[in-house]
Design a protein around this ligand. Sequence first.
Ligand code: HEM
Length: 230
Amino acid sequence: MTNNELIEPGDEILPGDPPRIVRYPPAVRINHWITATAMVLLILSGVAMFWPPLFFLTAIFGGGQWARFLHPWIGVILVVSFAILASRFWRGNLWLRADLDWSAHIGDLVSGHEERMPEIGKFNAGQKFVFWVMMLLILAMLASGLVIWQEYFGGMTSIPVQREALLVHWIGASLIILVLILHVYAGIWVRGSFDAMVRGWVSPGWAWRHHRLWFRRLAGRSESPGDAPV
Ligand code: HEM
């Protein structure tokens, strides 16, 4: 594994007291939050159309017709925004041998003994899992969504095919909601993660504790004293 596989463009240590470790530059954060907002709006408009007791949620979009009109277009925004996000993140999320090792120690993490976990790069196995599952599910939602987008593609497929696409869309949406809950929960559970995605940087202590290999590589590159937390 080369150093570069662990470090993404923009990742750096900013000297200061205390030093700041840049994890997500501004453009990446904007890209992430557009993706997140689109996903939340899709879920809200989707469940509102799916289950009558939640129909009241269409009020957020200006009523039932607006929710139905906007839902696929927000989906298009999500797909484009996620594609940009993924073009940056896919490399850092490639599965490495170290991830197997990390996964085998997941019990230590859950029982609060993170210090026993193997050192990990910028993303851990859980984050990588979420990334790739999210990508698969978004592709499935896109494909099934196009088939059931009556306005433009309604006449192109038979009714049985559209029914199957609807089923895929519902199952995919249920799984995406679960994966999103997992993603947000992990962000809350690993304190300091939100700061990374809101203000862009983390403390040396956070980087040392949660992504030590990434921190080591960054410290080595910036020729700072390096291996110990600052
Ligand atoms: C309300 C929704 C969301 C919240 C609160 C949220 C929160 C966060 C946080 C706190 C991080 C930083 C994790 C770290 O650096 O350790 C993060 C990273 C990330 N998020 Fe989200 N996120 C949301 C939605 C989404 C969605 C919908 C996607 C994609 C479909 C997404 C994709 C990513 C990716 C690719 C990263 C990079 C690191 C990783 O794989 O965990 N997020 N998010």
